[in-house]
Design a protein around this ligand. Structure first.
Ligand SMILES: Nc1ncnc2c1ncn2[C@@H]1O[C@H](COP(=O)(O)OP(=O)(O)OP(=O)(O)O)[C@@H](O)[C@H]1O
Length: 276
């Protein structure tokens, strides 16, 4: 396993100003790294800053201060087409809801074709069609799926299309923001298996945003725990989940659903009671 970081985040800060006085520190001096070829999970309760971190890394959001280095190069928010295309070649994002990148009135293959137009100018129409079908096969779908409209596909199939779309840019990194959270447990397991296989086959690195600790155990190598915009614990998955040092991490683990789990008291209530 490589120790070389492919993403290095240093001292990121991002505050959202909500009203005249109110503001929220979504990222408060966040530093972390993703080692090449590995999967780093980012966990924490809702509002802890996970998505903001992901969005700053891929360039959808700007930071107030701090640096993001991807594959050794500093990245900055930009609207310049060329810079965005170069960034997209390095890092792609898969969201919880695949619907956003699909056009309701077009076959789902159109979204992949669009990606190929941007990233594979060497391919003509027939070449793109062949590549679309190759990508569909890679994610466990067929030509029939490629030619279907989004409404004809299940949630899991649509998420496979979103993964194929990300792969079409041939990135080194995929940022997955709650990408399996909306799926049924059995479909979720299949998509996680697909992601693991693709990672091994393409040497990909994953930044995996999730609130689900069983998913973390399944796919991640390292994990950072966020709370109120800060990373409060970090380490290998087994170190953090089997021997958490922070009371907040222990609460997150204790409140995670598992077989036989019965909700007693919410994380939020426990934290308010001063146990975090
Ligand atoms: N565009 C925005 N404008 C104002 N506040 C924002 C914006 N984006 C995020 N925030 C706030 O920043 C904080 C962190 O949000 P973020 O979405 O990063 O958390 P999260 O851990 O990903 O939560 P969730 O799991 O619910 O998506 C929250 O308090 C959120 O309300």
């Amino acid at each position: 396993m490589s120790e070389q970081p492919i993403i290095e985040v240093e001292h990121l800060k991002r505050t959202f100003h909500l009203g005249r006085r109110a503001s929220v520190a979504a990222l408060d001096d966040v530093s972390c790294e993703l080692r090449a070829g590995t999967c780093l999970a980012v966990v924490g309760e809702s509002g802890s800053g996970k998505s903001t971190l992901a969005r700053v890394i891929v360039g959808l959001e700007s930071a107030d201060s701090g640096t993001v280095r991807i594959a050794g190069t500093d990245v900055k928010p930009t609207t310049a087409r060329r810079a965005l295309r170069e960034r997209a070649k390095l890092v792609q994002m898969v969201f919880q809801d695949p619907q956003g990148s699909l056009n309701r009135s077009l076959p789902v293959s159109a979204t992949i074709d669009e990606m190929l137009r941007a990233h594979r100018p060497d391919l003509d129409k027939a070449g793109r069609r062949a590549r679309v079908l190759e990508l569909f096969t890679e994610v466990g779908l067929t030509e029939r799926h490629a030619d279907a409209k989004p409404a004809a596909l299940s949630g899991g199939q649509k998420q496979r299309v979103a993964i194929a779309r990300a792969l079409a840019a041939e990135p080194q990194i995929i940022v997955l923001d709650e990408a399996v959270s909306a799926l049924d447990v059995s479909v979720q397991a299949q998509v996680l298996d697909l992601l693991k296989r693709l990672r091994a086959e393409h040497g990909l690195s994953y930044l995996f945003i999730t609130h689900d600790l069983s998913v973390v155990r399944d796919i991640a190598d390292d994990v950072v725990v966020m709370r109120k915009g800060r990373i409060i614990e970090r380490g290998t998955v087994s170190a953090v989940l089997d021997a958490p040092e922070q009371p907040y991490t222990r609460l997150l683990i204790a409140s995670a659903p598992r077989p036989g789990w019965r909700p007693r008291r919410g994380l939020r209530e426990a934290l308010l009671a001063g146990e975090g």
